[in-house]
Design a protein around this ligand. Structure first.
Ligand SMILES: O=C([O-])CC(=O)C(=O)O
Ligand SMILES: [Mg+2]
Length: 590
C-alpha cells in the first residue's frame, strides 16, 4: 500500500492493511478488493481511527486480543486491551470450548450472534466447524430463534422495511452503511421454515442465510444485505406479545402489498444496479410464485424455497440412482406437500427427465404425483386448485390421503415437502418398503419438529432398507448393528455456490438451466465413500470446494446463455470461484 495512506489525519491513525496478510487471507472481494481500484484504495481500504476504542467496536476490523503489540501502538489501543496477545486460533479454541459447554441450542445461537462484535472470528468459527455450527446458526435452531426473536433481540441486524417506509424505500436503502451489495436475502416472514407466520421476527432467516452465503459460498460479508419487509402479521400471539418487534397490524394484502414490494424491487435496482442478486426466502405460496414470475424477467431474482430446494433435491435423487438403480425416467415420484418446495422440485425433475428423454415436459410431469391437505391432486379437483398446482392435476381417481396414494401409485421415491411433522407414518414407510428394495425417502420440512419423519423412524420402519435424507440434520442412527448416516437435503448446499456463480459471471438473470447445472455439479461431488454410508450428499465439511464447483457450473451456463456480463469469460471458472472467496483470517494492520 502506498505510504500516503499512512499519513496522520487530524491526529488520527489510518488503518491500512498489510498486503502480506491479504495474501495469507486470500482474495476477499469477488472482483478483488485486493486488486483494488483507485476508489477502493480510499474506501473501504483505509479508515481513520481517532481512537482505538472505535476500532474495538467496529466488527469488521476488531480482532480483540489478537491485535499485535505494533498494532496496539499504531492504532491507539494501548490500555484498552489487557496485556495478553493471543492468536486467532486460540480465540477460536476458547470460543468453541465455551459454545460446547452450552447444552441449550438457543444459548449456542446467542453466543454465535454475540460474536457479531468480531466478524472475522465469527466466520472463522463457522467455516472451520461447519458441521457442528450449521445446526446452530441455521436450521433447526434458527427457527426457534425466530420464534423467540423478541426476547433474544439485542441489537438490530439487517434492514427493516415496513409499511411505514412506503414512499421512502430508496432513502432507507441509503441508510445501510455498505454501498456495493452483491446478495440480498429478503423475507416478509409469512412462512418461516415450516413454522408459519412469524412476521418481523423472520429476520433471523435472511441473517442466517447470508451468514451461509459467506461461510459456505465465500461472498464477502460486506456485500450481503439481509432484509425483512414488514407488512404486518396474522400471528395472533405475536400481535398480543408486548415484546413483539414488528408492525402491530394484520398483513397488508392485494394492491397495498404489491405496491410496497414493487417500490422495494425498483429501489434495489436503482441503488445497487442490475447485478445484485435478490433471493426471496420464506414467503407464503400465494406471494412466492407471483413475485418470482413478476420479477424474473426484470431482475436477478432467485427463490430459494422453490428453486434452491428443487436443485438440491434433484441432485440428491440423481446421486441416489447409484444406490437404488434405474434412470430418472424409470422412477415414480410421490410428494406430500404441493407448495413452493413440492411443485418446484417436481417441475425441475420433470424438466430434467424431459431433457434426458426428449419427451415434452407435459408428458414427463405424469411420472410425478402430488398429495396436498385434500388428498391426491387429480383432474377432478382442477377448478379449485391454486394455479401452481394445476400442472399436476393428472387423470386419476380421487385419493383422500397419503397412505392410500402410496398404495395405489406405488412410488419408488417419496418426498415430504408439507411443512407438517410426523406425516410419514409407520404405515406409509412400511408400504414404501413393501414394494421397494431400497425406498428413497426424503423428509424435507424444517425445522426438525416439522420433518415428515425422523431418521430413526425411516430406518426402523423400513428395516434398514430406506435411503433417507432430511431438510434438517439428524444424528447417525444404529439399527441392527449397522450405523446409518442420514444426509441433509437442504438448499444450503446450493444457494451459496449458486449465488457465487452468478456474482463471478456478472449474471443478470436466473434461468432454469442454471438450476440444472447446479444440481449436476452437486451430484458429482458425492463420492464412493459417501455412497457406502448410504449418503446421497457429500459432507458439509467440503462445502467450500462443493460451492466452487457449483459456482463454476452455474457461471459456465450463464456465459452459454448469454446472460453473463463479466467479460472476458475467465478460462478456469473453478479457480476463479475459489480465488474470489472471502477468507476470515485476520489481516495485519500497519
Ligand atoms: O432454511 C432452510 O433450512 C431450508 C429452507 O429454505 C426452508 O425450510 O424454508
Ligand atoms: Mg426457506
Amino acid at each position: 500500500m502506498e505510504s500516503t495512506m499512512k499519513e496522520m489525519r487530524d491526529g488520527a491513525s489510518v488503518l491500512d492493511f498489510d498486503s502480506k496478510s491479504t495474501v495469507e487471507g486470500g482474495v476477499e472481494d469477488v472482483y478483488g478488493e485486493d486488486r483494488a481500484t483507485e476508489d477502493q484504495l480510499v474506501t473501504p481500504w483505509t479508515i481513520s481511527v481517532a481512537s482505538g476504542y472505535c476500532l474495538l467496536r467496529d466488527p469488521r476490523h476488531n480482532k480483540g486480543l489478537a491485535f499485535t503489540e505494533k498494532e496496539r501502538d499504531a492504532h491507539y489501543l494501548r490500555g484498552l486491551l489487557p496485556p495478553a496477545v493471543i492468536s486467532q486460533q486460540l480465540q477460536e479454541k476458547k470460543l468453541m470450548n465455551s459454545i460446547r459447554q452450552y447444552e441449550v441450542p438457543l444459548q449456542k445461537y446467542v453466543a454465535m450472534m454475540e460474536l457479531e462484535r468480531n466478524e472475522r472470528l465469527f466466520y472463522k468459527l463457522l467455516i472451520d466447524n461447519v458441521e457442528e455450527l450449521l445446526p446452530v446458526v441455521y436450521t433447526p435452531t434458527v427457527g426457534e430463534a425466530c420464534q423467540k426473536y423478541g426476547s433474544i433481540f439485542r441489537r438490530p441486524q439487517g434492514l427493516y422495511i415496513s409499511l411505514k417506509e412506503k414512499g421512502k424505500i430508496l432513502e432507507v436503502l441509503k441508510n445501510w452503511p455498505e454501498r456495493s451489495i452483491q446478495v440480498i436475502v429478503v423475507t416478509d416472514g409469512e412462512r418461516i421454515l415450516g413454522l408459519g407466520d412469524l412476521g418481523c421476527q423472520g429476520m433471523g432467516i435472511p441473517v442466517g442465510k447470508l451468514a451461509l452465503y459467506t461461510a459456505l459460498g465465500g461472498i464477502r460479508p460486506s456485500a450481503c444485505l439481509p432484509i425483512t419487509v414488514d407488512v404486518g402479521t396474522n400471528n395472533e400471539q405475536l400481535l398480543k406479545d408486548e415484546f413483539y418487534i414488528g408492525l402491530r397490524q394484520r398483513r397488508a394484502t392485494g394492491q397495498e402489498y404489491a405496491e410496497l414490494l414493487d417500490e422495494f424491487m425498483s429501489a434495489v435496482k436503482q441503488n445497487y444496479g442490475e447485478k445484485v442478486l435478490i433471493q426471496f426466502e420464506d414467503f407464503a405460496n400465494h406471494n412466492a410464485f407471483e413475485l418470482l414470475a413478476k420479477y424474473g424477467t426484470t431482475h436477478l431474482v432467485f427463490n430459494d424455497d422453490i428453486q434452491g430446494t428443487a436443485s438440491v433435491v434433484l441432485a440428491g435423487v440423481v446421486a441416489a440412482l447409484k444406490l437404488i438403480g434405474g434412470t430418472l425416467a424409470e422412477h415414480r415420484f410421490l410428494f406430500l406437500g404441493a407448495g413452493e418446495a413440492g411443485t418446484g422440485i417436481a417441475e425441475l425433475i420433470a424438466l430434467e427427465i424431459s431433457k434426458q428423454t426428449k419427451a415434452p415436459v407435459e408428458e414427463t410431469r405424469k411420472k410425478i404425483c402430488l398429495v396436498d391437505s385434500k388428498g391426491l391432486i387429480v383432474s377432478s379437483r382442477k377448478d379449485s386448485l391454486q394455479h401452481f398446482k394445476k400442472p399436476w392435476a393428472h387423470e386419476h381417481e380421487p385419493v383422500n390421503n397419503l397412505l392410500d396414494a402410496v398404495k395405489v401409485i406405488k412410488p419408488t421415491i417419496l418426498i415430504g415437502s408439507s411443512g407438517v411433522g410426523r406425516t410419514f407414518t409407520k404405515e406409509v414407510i412400511e408400504a414404501m418398503a413393501s414394494f421397494n428394495e431400497k425406498p428413497l425417502i426424503l423428509a424435507l420440512s424444517n425445522p426438525t419438529s416439522q420433518s415428515e419423519c425422523t431418521a430413526e423412524e425411516a430406518y426402523t420402519w423400513s428395516k434398514g432398507r430406506a435411503i433417507f435424507a432430511s431438510g434438517s440434520p439428524f444424528d447417525p442412527f444404529e439399527y441392527n448393528g449397522k450405523v446409518f448416516v442420514p444426509g441433509q437435503a437442504n438448499n444450503a448446499y446450493i444457494f451459496p455456490g449458486f449465488g457465487l456463480g452468478l456474482v463471478i459471471s456478472g449474471a443478470i438473470r436466473v434461468h432454469d438451466d442454471m438450476l440444472l447445472a447446479a444440481s449436476e455439479a452437486l451430484a458429482k461431488q458425492v463420492t464412493e465413500e459417501n455412497f457406502e454410508k448410504g449418503l446421497i450428499y457429500p459432507p458439509f465439511s467440503n462445502i467450500r470446494k462443493i460451492s466452487a464447483n457449483i459456482a463454476a457450473n452455474v457461471a459456465a451456463k450463464a456465459y452459454e446463455l448469454g446472460v453473463a456480463t463479466r467479460l472476458p469469460r475467465p478460462q478456469n471458472l473453478v479457480k476463479c470461484a475459489e480465488s474470489c472467496m472471502y477468507t476470515p483470517v485476520y489481516r495485519n494492520y500497519r
